[in-house]
Design a protein around this ligand. Structure first.
Ligand code: GLY
Length: 328
């Protein structure tokens, strides 16, 4: 990002616990905070926001625990960016970017952003608090310079790009890139976007579309809210939890204009049982965030009556709904 001139947090790396401690404390002293990130795979559980020396020590304890050895071979120490977090999604091929829009993900396990980080407990799209030219800015300030820097290295990237952002007073800074769609962001974008993604993908690969596909359309004004229903042991997992039986209506009774997506489920004969992890994502839409939320939570509560051990957040898209009501 530094090479491509893309806005991001200033950072350093550490290869030992002591070097990590020294750099984290120095970042804390200079900027009032520090983010510590395991650079290897940690299932969304390797990022720590530290605002005090105690936070740093707690993060070091987890990062340098024996089971994190591989993930924490290199730890990144970053300044904490200020602003509001959101993500931008685009499909890239033939050196061109085709934006799908923005989403906001809720990463903490419990209401009011309490509890540990997870892979994502729910999300919404679009993001009304962004400026009208937000997509143009991300394309011009981030995606284009990134593709240019990749071309300079003879890399022609084809695929999804997930741009994790902090939107501050002066605009977007990159928090992370993922070369995939997000989860549960993929589910809400799939509901918001009526275009056929197979067709979009084939076009990006320069493959002629061999079948009749739904031309559909992208409706930037449709409000979509997704809520994850996880197992009671999530995000720690590993427990041999007894699966709850999910009746067929869970998948057949579609929430308003959306769908219930299954992820962590297992079968037992003809029965579908819950497994350990993020079990379901319930997604629905509405004319307003108020309606989309009400539709989604109505289905969530119905399912919770049969999936009694589930955990889910009650405040997905709550703030944006309150802002919508204030702006009306
Ligand atoms: N929900 C965040 C991610 O998929 O990275």
């Amino acid at each position: 990002m530094a090479e491509a001139g893309i806005n991001t947090a200033s950072f350093n790396i550490a290869k030992t616990q002591e070097s990590c401690r020294i750099q984290a404390l120095s970042c804390l002293e200079k900027t009032g905070g520090a983010v510590l990130k395991a650079s290897g795979l940690a299932s969304g559980k390797g990022v720590f926001l530290c605002y005090s020396k105690e936070d740093v020590e707690k993060a070091l304890e987890t990062l340098y625990a024996p089971q994190m050895q591989k993930a924490s071979e290199v730890v990144v120490i970053e300044e904490i960016l200020k602003g509001r977090e959101c993500s931008y999604f685009t499909l890239i091929g033939q050196n061109k970017s085709q934006g799908l829009g923005f989403a906001v993900d809720f990463k903490r396990l419990a209401d009011e952003d309490a509890g540990p980080n997870t892979g994502g407990m729910g999300c919404y799209t679009p993001v009304p608090w962004l400026p009208a030219n937000a997509a143009e800015r991300v394309e011009a300030e981030i995606v284009e310079p990134l593709l240019k820097a990749l071309r300079k290295r003879n890399i022609e990237y084809t695929g999804w790009l997930y741009v994790g952002l902090m939107w501050g007073e002066s605009g977007p800074s990159v928090v992370e890139f993922n070369v995939r769609l997000g989860d549960p962001e993929a589910q809400i974008l799939a509901v918001a976007d009526e275009r056929d993604w197979l067709q979009l993908i084939l076009q990006k690969l320069n493959i002629e579309v061999p079948i009749e596909v739904n031309q559909g359309d992208y409706h930037p004004n449709k409000k979509v809210v997704g809520v994850v229903m996880a197992s009671e042991d999530y995000p720690y997992g590993g427990k041999n939890t007894q699966g709850s039986k999910l009746p067929q209506w869970v998948f057949d009774d579609t929430p308003q204009g959306g769908m219930t997506f299954a992820a962590a489920v297992k079968t037992d004969g003809n029965n579908i049982l819950t497994a350990s992890g993020r079990v379901l994502t319930v997604v629905s839409q509405g004319e307003s965030f108020h309606d989309a939320r009400a539709n989604t939570y109505e289905m969530v509560q119905k399912i919770a009556a049969v999936f009694k051990t589930c955990r889910y957040r009650n405040d997905i898209a709550l703030k944006v709904t309150k802002e919508e009501e204030t702006n009306d």
